[in-house]
Design a binder for this molecule. Structure first.
Ligand code: TXA
Ligand code: MG
Length: 355
């Protein structure tokens, strides 16, 4: 299949490309489109065959449920049993935006969307191109991130094409995604509202509206490593670059020399080594005798939103430069830093060193 590349001006989205993409969705095809978080891979959410093709194109396990995207609040009601009061409040405050709500589903939502769960995840994206597409298609759109399963989520149309060219009908290019990490997923079904995936709508912001909020994303399989392991294992990870990612945590004045030491060790073993630094530390790495093969700053530590927006692109840059080992600094685990650390830890599959 040839994947159509459709460029759209986010400032003025309506027009030919949106009409073409909406037609593809209505006929059961797959269209990748920009949202404010990451690019999504959309299919008509009320067409089970179309939704099934998403799993095929991504190579995604079919028990991992999808988020349904809507452009109007009225589209939510037919998809759910009811909209509880706290959902109404959250919708008024955070939609359109990077907050996904898990609610009890109606019979209109097929098993293929929810992985057989009796709940459904719904969000209204805050991107003019996404909203134009959703309005023109006039159907709710199921969309996971538009990457091959296990790869870093795409923040540009080029990332989408690298993973999915030839596997989907079209990609709408609306420029780079602003937020860079996927939406906050909040479960409103089981008692206390529970964050299932941290995102740029933070726990603190949700607590201001809801009172008590809990988190349920245990960092499983963390292995504390003291030395560079000689035979790195555990290949499969979420958001993973092809190289093996290691996180090095602790005070920065210890982290920088430690990373520099690891660069030296691994380069001596003949590995190609990349470092994910920050603006505050970038110059320091340049002062050591052994330089990494690739040195990238994710941005200033004072702007964790900026760090988040560059993270997935940087992981893909490491792949393009064929880094075999990637060493990353860590960030404070609060506010936006929680989403950044969640993605870094998943991508590192628990490989973390430091205190
Ligand atoms: O920002 C985003 O949310 C992006 C853009 C495209 O909207 N989408 C996205 O979709 O990240 P995906 O499929 O990559 O991640 C969906 C997440 C998964 O962690 C999934 O397990 C969870 O939402 N999820 C979906 N439906 C759920 C449900 N009914 N109950 C619990 N978790 C659910
Ligand atoms: Mg994803």
């Amino acid at each position: 299949m040839r994947t159509r590349y459709l460029k759209v001006d986010p400032a003025n989205p309506d027009g030919g490309p949106i009409a073409i993409a909406a037609g593809i969705l209505r006929r059961g095809g797959l269209v990748a489109f920009p949202t404010e978080t990451v690019y999504g891979l959309g299919a008509n959410a009320v067409d089970p065959l179309a939704v099934g093709r998403i799993y095929q194109a991504k190579g995604r396990p079919s028990d991992n449920p999808l988020i349904v995207h809507v452009a109007e609040i009225e589209q939510v009601y037919p998809l759910v049993q009811d909209v509880p009061e706290r959902a109404v409040i959250l919708i008024a405050k955070f939609w359109p935006g990077p907050l996904t709500l898990v609610l009890e589903r109606s019979s209109l939502v097929a098993d293929v969307v929810t992985g057989g769960l009796d709940t459904v995840a719904i969000r209204m994206p805050a991107h003019p191109v996404a909203l134009a597409l959703l309005r023109a298609s006039r159907v709710p759109v199921a969309a996971p991130s538009a990457n091959l399963s296990g790869r870093p989520s795409p923040t540009t149309a080029q990332h989408v094409l690298l993973d999915l060219e030839g596997r989907i009908e079209a990609v709408l290019d609306g420029g780079p995604a602003r937020v860079g990490v996927e939406s906050t997923v909040l479960d409103l079904v089981s008692g206390i509202p529970t964050i299932l995936r941290p995102g740029s709508i933070t726990r603190e912001q949700l607590e201001e509206v809801l009172g008590e909020v809990q988190e349920a994303y245990p960092v499983s399989g963390v292995q504390r490593l003291e030395k560079a392991p000689r035979a790195p294992g555990m290949k499969y990870a979420h958001y993973a670059p092809r190289g093996e990612l290691y996180l090095v945590s602790g005070p920065l004045d210890k982290v920088v020399p430690r990373i520099a030491g690891l660069v030296n060790e691994w380069r001596c073993l003949g590995k190609r080594v990349g470092v994910l630094a920050s603006d505050e530390t970038l110059m320091e790495y340049q002062g050591f005798a052994t330089q990494p093969d690739l040195l990238i700053s994710l941005g200033s530590r004072r702007d964790l939103g900026g760090i988040a927006s560059r993270l997935f692109g940087a992981l893909r840059d490491c792949d393009r430069a064929e880094m075999e080992v990637i060493l990353a600094e860590t960030y404070p685990d609060q506010g936006m830093g929680t989403a950044v650390m969640n993605r870094l830890r998943k991508a590192a599959a628990g490989r973390e060193m430091g205190d």
